[in-house]
Write a protein that binds this ligand. Structure first.
Ligand SMILES: *Cc1c(COP(=O)(O)O)cnc(C)c1O
Length: 361
């Protein structure tokens, strides 16, 4: 079996144990005589799968009872529209612009109301997180929106913005389950699962109950109204059954690993190996200011586009794949999500050291 070290930003590496289990259950899920792909979403056996997935996620994230967990479709990109549709009572919201995904969410919100940019790090190619301790938030803003871990630029909010009493909405797609979070600090926290949790096709949204109402913007499609989904326990229509099943397996794997505090330690340890090397290397440099570095997505450059390309090509041939940086940043990016073993990062750094030696005169 030739598995590579996959540094993709998403869809991304999944735990091998989960993939093996899914393979074992492919033809006959626990004596049902069917694959999970083939069974009715209204069956008892599937109901157990989705209920157990939710219960395990609640336990992992310590989600309070007054928050609903929704398994949705449409990707994080569709959720960009769902946020204003469901929350813009005053048709006004504040956005912190820290990269492409925040920009896209901001642009989407503008379709539905007045979206105000209250901070941005666009001036330095989103290589830092702006100071959000004293934002000029309009009094009547319905919420403050952030993208907590910036997948493309490799920055992460280490402290949440001071929202001055406003609701906080956060896109945690690329740091979902990478470390513990305090759910009570948010009104809505959500993410596409294909970065750190499971196969593409599911968005998990954790929403404070009082925010789920019939009072949505006129014209909001039934499917995009959170109340529809909440009232039906995410089974209003056919959900992405198989993908939710795999997410459930990842939750069990995370519990077995020791939970999110243990994952945080592991992730910090992995990231440190890579950042320490970037800090000492004469060829490779990280692109993000130290205090805002993500422990999930690590962009770096050599400063020479041809050398970058050579590195990506040789790394790929050596079994370190998907290291090419986002087209808007160039260079390289190593995404080192939960399922990337420490060994993968150590070996990548060894490879980088050798590359540096061989390409320095
Ligand atoms: C990938 C990503 C998205 C977009 O996700 P889709 O599911 O493809 O719509 C949004 N936000 C962040 C932070 C991401 O990393």
């Amino acid at each position: 079996m030739a598995r590579v070290y996959n540094f993709s930003a998403g869809p991304a590496v999944l735990p091998e144990e989960v993939l093996r289990e899914a393979a074992d259950e492919m033809m006959d899920y626990q004596g049902s005589g069917q694959s999970v792909m083939e069974m009715s979403h209204r069956s008892k056996v599937y109901d157990n799968i989705i209920k157990e997935a939710e219960a395990d996620l609640r336990e992992l994230m310590n989600i309070p009872d007054n928050y609903k967990v929704l398994f949705l479709q449409g990707g994080a990109s569709q959720f960009f529209a769902e946020v204003p549709m469901n929350l813009m009572k005053n048709k006004k919201a504040a956005y912190v612009i820290t990269g492409q995904w925040a920009k896209k969410a901001f642009a989407e919100a503008k379709i539905y109301g007045e979206a105000v940019e209250v901070a941005s790090s666009a001036d330095k190619t989103f290589s830092y997180i702006p100071d959000c301790s004293d934002l000029d938030i309009p009094e009547d803003a319905d919420y403050v929106y952030i993208c907590e871990n910036n997948t493309i630029y490799g920055t992460k909010f280490k402290t949440l913005p001071n929202t001055k009493g406003h609701l906080l909405v956060s896109d945690i797609s690329s740091c979902f389950l990478s470390e513990p979070i305090d759910v009570t600090k948010y009104g809505v926290v959500y993410g596409g699962v294909q970065k750190n949790v499971g196969p593409a096709g599911v968005v998990i949204a954790i929403i404070r109950e009082d925010l789920i109402t019939d009072d949505v913007l006129p014209g909001t499609p039934t499917m995009l109204k959170w109340k529809t989904q909440a009232d039906a326990d995410s089974l209003y229509n056919t959900p992405p059954c198989y993908n939710i099943y795999i997410c459930g397996k990842v939750f069990k794997w995370l519990k077995k690993m020791g939970g999110l505090s243990v994952m945080k330690e592991r992730n910090e340890e992995k990231a440190k190996i890579l950042y320490d090397f970037l800090d000492e290397s004469k060829m490779f440099t990280g692109t993000v200011v130290k205090e805002d570095r993500s422990i999930m997505n690590v962009p770096f450059v050599t400063g020479d586009a041809d050398l970058d390309a050579k590195f990506v090509k040789e790394a790929t041939a050596a079994g370190f794949v998907n290291l090419k940086g986002h087209r808007t940043v160039g260079g390289m990016r190593a995404s080192i999500y939960n399922a990337m073993p420490k060994e993968g990062v150590i070996k990548l750094v060894e490879f980088m050291k050798n590359f540096e030696k061989e390409n320095t005169k």
